[in-house]
Design a protein around this ligand. Structure first.
Ligand code: MN
Length: 150
């Protein structure tokens, strides 16, 4: 069974993610802030981390720095989860070493696609290199659409 750690300070979003993940047969653990996320990573050793960027104590970028400093966590796929749907946010997250990016409100289909891309079949840790994440977002209108750059 896939183990997923959700690090998110908003209880409503945590609950929504838990329901979606459990519906897909995942085992779910939760952390409410960045420090707890690091502690839970050590304790639960998840297959993937869903990491909210805006969190108390240590934000998602801070958690990501700690993860990438830890050789034991080098293979851990990490998905950024954020409501800041601002231009450049996706690039910032990918530059920081995130393997992908989910915007809130969470879309069940995008979540499923990212889980499949990053976890693939059981035993396969990374089905696609992180850089290929870009192709998933091509052609989507939104805050990053150049046409919206008024
Ligand atoms: Mn938050």
């Amino acid at each position: 069974m896939r183990k997923v750690l959700i690090a998110e300070d908003n209880p409503v979003n945590r609950e929504l993610l838990r329901e979606l993940l459990e519906g897909r047969g995942c085992e779910v653990a939760e952390a409410c802030d960045g420090e707890e996320a690091l502690e839970m990573l050590e304790r639960t050793r998840p297959d993937i981390l869903l990491l909210d960027l805006g969190m108390p104590k240590l934000d998602g970028f801070g958690v990501m720095r700690k993860i990438r400093e830890n050789a034991q966590l080098a293979d851990l796929p990490v998905l950024a989860v954020t409501a800041f749907a601002m231009r450049g946010d996706r690039e910032k997250a990918l530059d920081a070493g995130f393997d992908g990016y989910l915007s809130k409100p969470i879309n069940a289909i995008s979540l499923a696609q990212e889980l499949e891309r990053l976890l693939g079949r059981p035993g396969a840790r990374r089905a696609v290199p992180a850089q290929a994440a870009d192709s998933l977002y091509d052609g989507k209108a939104g805050p990053e659409d150049p046409r919206s750059n008024a």
